[in-house]
Design a protein around this ligand. Structure first.
Ligand code: 5GP
Length: 117
């Protein structure tokens, strides 16, 4: 079994986090090292390591994460302009191997930044 990640510990209340949303399937927390005025992580309670590790049975969870992200973005006042980022794999910048969506908002976006630096 995969080792417990920091996000599982946050979900279980073992370590503190700035939680701004929770429902049956996911939580949303402010990123500890925000890269924009709004930088929130939407994290499924199920510890799926990477997006590519999700399967058919996770379809409802994946859809739910998108809906929750929209709701949280609205709550944070960036519902009209935000980006959702999923880093899949270490070479793509993933550092915590528990699937999460980054909501990035409150900043101006350039098309070029989509493809990294
Ligand atoms: P990744 O690079 O895996 O896509 O994103 C992991 C994110 O989790 C990073 O943006 C990092 O700042 C954030 N992070 C790592 N540890 C913690 C923590 O203990 N608390 C919170 N709130 N965010 C964390």
């Amino acid at each position: 079994m995969a080792e417990e990640t920091i996000f599982t510990k946050i979900i279980n209340g073992e370590i503190p986090a700035d939680k701004i949303y929770e429902d049956d399937l996911c939580i949303a927390i402010n990123d500890i090292a925000p890269r924009a005025p709004v930088h929130v992580l939407v994290i499924p309670k199920k510890p799926i390591p990477r997006l590519v590790d999700a399967s058919e049975e996770d379809q409802a969870i994946l859809g739910h994460l998108m809906l929750a992200a929209g709701e949280v973005a609205r709550q944070q006042g960036v519902g009209d302009a935000f980006r959702l980022v999923v880093n899949n794999g270490a070479d793509a910048g993933q550092t915590v191997f528990h699937l999460h969506l980054h909501i990035i908002g409150g900043t101006s976006f350039s098309e070029a930044s989509l493809a990294g630096e």
